[in-house]
Design a protein around this ligand. Structure first.
Ligand code: CP
Ligand code: NVA
Length: 315
């Protein structure tokens, strides 16, 4: 077996997953099928260890529960192991350049997952990495979450192509990633954000505005939607804006009235962690249309398919 970091000329042909558009529709179709198979094996206690003797470094510059547990448990289940680093307990917190960190870390492991602030930071790391780099959340994107969310939608309702997703809330990393996914996989996003928190098409990296529609009133965004989704009012790194956001977002709370104007079969999703009584009412997130626990679990199954794909290609 050759470790990715040892391969001659490593770097030039490495596949990274830094944003949703880094894979194409055909590769997503493969990943969703593969994730279903990997999940089935997990549920049947059947070993699936194609990554034995592989190591992943996980670098967290922000807090995490789901991302850490899903990647760490997932990598062990695939037969590999992980090294967990944070800003506080590594030289990253003492200003070692990101490029130097990438060169060093990627000589010792086969895969790197990073949760950080600016997208430019993970791009700089990837540009100097010999091994695939996965985005575990940046200020701009959260591709692993949308990978799991769409896998969850497919499990419950079949293909997402042609469907309508209502985004209620901040024009943040989750919103940007839903928009990229819509452009790539052929569905529509109805976006409603408070003014001052709109999505920025150039930050989201979209080719056009064809796959989304903007609504002033969140009720209008939810009308006839197949899926209603939201996220915290204040994302990690924006805590200084907390008070201003509390006021601005007061009407962007997904409640039973919003769910009532969506399709009767509509699902509710939230990447979690959630704040009941802020961006979503308990009656919705704990209600019958909510699939938030499946979404969280599916992070692990979908990411196992992703890690396998980035390191070994199609099975
Ligand atoms: N949804 C998500 O990424 O959760 P964590 O912040 O707990 O990793
Ligand atoms: N938008 C949120 C998602 C947390 C998983 C944040 O960036 O904090």
């Amino acid at each position: 077996m050759t470790h990715a970091a040892e391969a001659p000329g490593a770097g030039a042909r490495v596949r990274h997953y830094l944003q949703f558009s880094d894979l194409n529709a055909d590769e997503y179709a493969y990943l969703f099928e593969r994730a279903a198979l990997i999940k089935k094996k997990f549920k049947a206690y059947e070993k699936h260890q194609p990554l034995s003797d592989h190591t992943m470094a996980m670098i967290f510059e922000k807090a995490s529960t789901r991302t850490r547990v899903s990647f760490e448990a997932g990598m062990y289940q695939l037969g590999g192991s992980v090294v967990h680093l944070t800003t506080a307990d590594s030289q990253l917190g003492r200003a070692e350049p990101i490029e130097d960190s990438a060169k060093v870390i990627s000589r010792m492991v086969d895969l790197v997952m990073i949760r950080t602030y600016e997208q430019t930071k993970i791009e700089a790391f990837a540009a100097h990495s010999r091994v695939p780099v996965i985005n575990g959340l940046t200020n701009e994107f959260h591709p692993c979450q949308i990978l799991a969310d769409i896998f969850t939608f497919i499990e419950h309702r079949g293909s997402i192509q042609g469907k309508t997703v209502a985004w209620v809330g901040d024009g943040n990393n989750m919103a940007n990633t839903w928009l990229q996914a819509a452009e790539l996989l052929g569905f529509t996003v109805h976006v409603s954000t408070p003014s001052g928190y709109e999505i920025d098409q150039s930050v989201a990296g979209l080719r056009s505005s064809e796959s989304y529609k903007v609504f002033k009133d969140p009720m209008d965004a939810c009308r006839d939607a197949d899926l209603v989704t939201t996220d915290v009012w204040t994302s990690m790194g924006f805590e200084a804006e907390n008070e201003a956001r509390r006021k601005a977002f007061a009407d962007w709370c997904v409640d039973a009235d919003m769910m009532a104007v969506a399709k009767p079969q509509a699902l509710f999703m939230h990447c979690l962690p959630a704040h009941r009584g802020e961006e979503v009412m308990a009656e919705v997130i704990d209600g019958p249309q909510s699939v938030v626990w499946d979404e969280a679990e599916n992070r692990m199954h979908a990411q196992k398919a992703l890690m396998e794909f980035l390191l070994l290609g199609r099975a």
